[in-house]
Design a protein around this ligand. Structure first.
Ligand SMILES: NC(=O)c1ccc[n+]([C@@H]2O[C@H](COP(=O)([O-])OP(=O)(O)OC[C@H]3O[C@@H](n4cnc5c(N)ncnc54)[C@H](OP(=O)(O)O)[C@@H]3O)[C@@H](O)[C@H]2O)c1
Length: 262
């Protein structure tokens, strides 16, 4: 099962492909409807390119569909004949589209898997959760190995995929929003923009490192001197409903993922 095909040479498919190619462990094919999206992979050693999803599926043991959610069933209808009576498996990275919908667009008994990655995969620091239907269980270790090349991977029951999509799938955008707000706040206080940017990026990087072996509350308490500046900031931020806004955002994204699948 070393032949992997990725349909959709976009942000997620693309970041996966280059890292997998670097590992030299897989035979790789990528398909996209845009020839120009394939150009950068033609130069990349060991990646075959095609504009035919069907041709890609014929050449692959595992097909990873990395197109927008509303294009997934169309792609499945196209490649379904190649999955018939085969040992091939198909996985999707799309938000919201459940395995049950994918099964309706694949031959009976097909091995169907789901992954929810995030864009940090492009720098090898991605987070992904995976799950599979009964027939796809035997392909789960391979899927985990593949996404292990671009970050950490965990199994998660499918009923939690919409929440995971909202949490870590969209997560980099929330952190970027927070980073931007913090940079702006520094600029507002008179710190030069380039200095504020470096300070904020360093702070996020360092905090992520601290959080690896202590709780968020521990980190907070280490910084927060009673009666000090951080305590004053926390009161002001909570009055502006900071935590409530985060809960509301993740809840809205979860609901949106559910709607994509209905
Ligand atoms: N981006 C993220 O941070 C993120 C995180 C987690 C999960 N995801 C999931 O990953 C999937 C891909 O997202 P993305 O951001 O990587 O999308 P993207 O950058 O738009 O990449 C998708 C690529 O597939 C092409 N495509 C569309 N229809 C196709 C078809 N029928 N056959 C072959 N190629 C086709 C697209 O062309 P067009 O541009 O013409 O559509 C585009 O080049 C989505 O389902 C999303 O839910 C994304």
């Amino acid at each position: 099962m070393g032949a992997i095909g990725v349909i959709g040479a976009g942000k997620i498919g693309g970041s996966l492909l280059t890292r997998l190619a670097d590992s030299k462990k897989f035979s790789l094919t990528v398909a996209d409807i845009h020839i120009d999206h394939l150009a950068r992979y033609e130069k990349y050693g060991g990646i075959k390119t095609t504009t035919s999803n069907r041709e890609l599926a014929e050449a692959s043991d595992l097909v990873i569909i990395a197109v927008k959610p509303w294009d997934v069933t169309k792609v499945l209808d196209e490649i379904s004949p190649t999955l018939e009576n085969s040992n091939k498996a198909v996985a999707s990275v799309a938000a919201g589209i459940p395995i049950s919908t994918m099964e309706k667009h694949a031959p009976p008994g097909a091995a169907v898997l789901r992954v929810m990655p995030n864009v940090c995969a492009s720098v090898g620091l991605g987070s992904a959760v995976v799950t599979a239907n009964e027939a796809g269980q035997k392909t789960l270790p391979l899927l985990m190995e593949i996404f292990g090349h671009v970050g950490q991977v965990m199994e998660l029951p499918e009923r939690l995929f919409d929440a995971a999509t909202a949490l870590h799938g969209s997560g980099p955008a929330y952190v970027a929003l927070f980073a931007d707000s913090l940079i702006q706040a520094g600029v507002r206080e008179g710190i030069p923009r380039d200095v504020a940017r470096k300070l904020v990026i360093g702070t996020i990087e360092g905090t992520a490192e601290l959080l690896k072996d202590r709780s968020a509350h521990q980190v907070r308490d280490e910084v927060m001197t009673p009666g000090g500046t951080t305590a004053a900031a926390f009161v002001a931020m909570e009055r502006a409903r900071f935590t409530g806004a985060v809960y509301d955002g993740v809840s809205a994204a979860t609901e949106q993922a559910r709607e994509l699948g209905s």
